[in-house]
Design a protein around this ligand. Structure first.
Ligand SMILES: [Zn+2]
Ligand SMILES: [Zn+2]
Ligand SMILES: [Zn+2]
Length: 175
């Protein structure tokens, strides 16, 4: 009994081994998954669909035609499958693109909202600063010692910016 008909499977002789891989059918030219014994002199040449109709020398024409027809049916089926996969991929891409677009718009809205609230905050601070301008030993609000003016003047760069904005506004009003 030849080793490759061994009913015990793997490793009977100690030299053969089951190999799994993708092969290309020599009949229909399509790839197919194959599991074969490394002890076989050649790996499978035909895919399961072609095993029964693979080419032989001096074949009559009807047999060759039948094979071509069988192949064309398989190719058609493959094309339908691929077209479906393609349109599924396209749908997925459109979906991703829409999500990116959505995220971008959200991001822009958030940035706009942030600018808006920053401007609002600055307006409030400028309004406060205009009521508390230090002048000749007292604050313009009337207090001799004004904690609000001190807070504005003591808040460094932000305070200077608020004062400058308030003064700009004051000057523009006198223009
Ligand atoms: Zn084939
Ligand atoms: Zn074939
Ligand atoms: Zn004041």
């Amino acid at each position: 009994m030849p080793i490759r008909n061994n009913p015990f499977g793997v490793g009977f002789s100690g030299e053969e081994k089951w190999v799994e891989g993708e092969l290309r059918c020599q009949c229909c030219a399509l790839p197919f998954a194959a599991r074969y014994n490394s002890a076989d002199p050649v790996p499978p040449t035909w895919c399961p669909q072609c095993v029964d109709h693979h080419p032989a020398p001096h074949e009559p024409l009807p047999q060759r035609l039948a094979r071509a027809e069988a192949h064309s049916a398989v190719y058609k089926q493959r094309m339908v499958t691929m077209a479906r996969a393609l349109s599924a991929t396209r749908r997925e891409l459109r979906h991703v693109a829409a999500e990116i677009d959505h995220a971008r718009r959200d991001g822009r809205q958030q940035a706009a909202a942030a600018y808006e609230s920053r401007d609002e905050l600055q307006e409030v601070l400028v309004a406060v600063a205009r009521e508390h301008v230090p002048a000749r030993g007292a604050c313009s609000c009337g207090k001799r010692v004004c904690p609000t003016a001190a807070a504005i003047d003591g808040s460094g760069r932000a305070g200077r910016r608020v004062r400058t904005a308030a003064e700009d506004l004051e000057m523009r009003e006198y223009d």
